[in-house]
Design a protein around this ligand. Sequence first.
Ligand code: EPU
Length: 348
Amino acid sequence: MPLAITESADLTALNAFGIAACARRLITLSEESDAPEAIDQLQSAPASLLLGAGSNLLFTRDIDGTVLKVSLTGRKVFGATTAGIGPDDANVLVEAAAGEPWHDFVLWTLAQGLSGLENLALIPGSVGAAPVQNIGAYGVELGEHLHSVRALSLEDGRPCEFAASECGLGYRDSRFRSATGLSRWLILSVRFALSRNSRPRLHYPDLQSAFPPTAPPPSPLDIAQAVCTIRRRKLPDPAELRNAGSFFRNPVVDATHADRLSANHPGIPVYRDPAAPHHAKLPAGWLIEQCGWKGTRRGDAGVHTQHALVLVNYGRARGSDIAALAADIQASVIERFGVRLEPEVVFV
Ligand code: EPU
């Protein structure tokens, strides 16, 4: 099938914020065999962007160049035991193409009797975007189950396979993430190391309340369902209220700064990791709520009523409206707490 190419493409439906933006050219990649041709097209355009489900970006302008939308589909389970993913026979290697919707993929792994990704249910976005920002939720990060990433170099079309250890994974970060939305790699598919044995990960406070230790251990599907319930309670559904999930990362500060904040603000939740005693992570949602932003609405740009870390588009907000609101939030959090919030969302 030839590449699908649209000139002057409307991107409103292709970004979770629902921001009206236009691309000079949109190429939709549905067949892996067309990837080299798509890369040629990207190389000849003045400014370009790789687009998955558009769940983690904010358009602040039109794209005067080519946008490549990755719509590759397909998923498969490899043999029961695969060298390199662990010592026991319960380990299973699974692969999904980059354009698969993440949540559908998670449900499919559960239907195969595989556990590992249940805490990451209902995260918006595509499989290909998952390693880019090393998605995480409810006590589990993608990196814990990532086996490898298959990609093509955008510079010369060279195929590459990165083992998880080569992906540069950090908190919402990887070698594939770029501040502009165009990294050096076109991700084709992602492989995961999952297990037929369930090892429930219930230490996140919301899950502890859902599954008291006295109850029988929940199945991976039970956990996924609980995660969906918690997410639906706290986070707006992008199909109903346009948003890109957490707008900022949770900031990491010096331990001494965290101690000072704890002394001055006794209710502040502080996450400390014994492996990194000189630093502590703070919940950005709490800082933003304390500055009075929760539920604020400015025209069609707003801060969600249930979760202060989520900025929302009530209808016709422009990217610049959301960006201006975000800048004001950053300024007030610095003024009150001396903490700089870095966006998790990529500004395009
Ligand atoms: N909080 C408030 N007010 C708010 C929101 C949160 O005080 O309006 C407090 C909560 O009470 C809690 C703390 O902040 O004590 C943390 O809140 P929550 O459990 O909702 O998690 P989060 O740190 O805000 C992170 C991820 C989410 C992920 C959840 C659950 C980041 C940037 N965000 O949010 O990921 O779903 O944990 O694990 O790390 C995303 O990345 O888009 C995303 C939604």
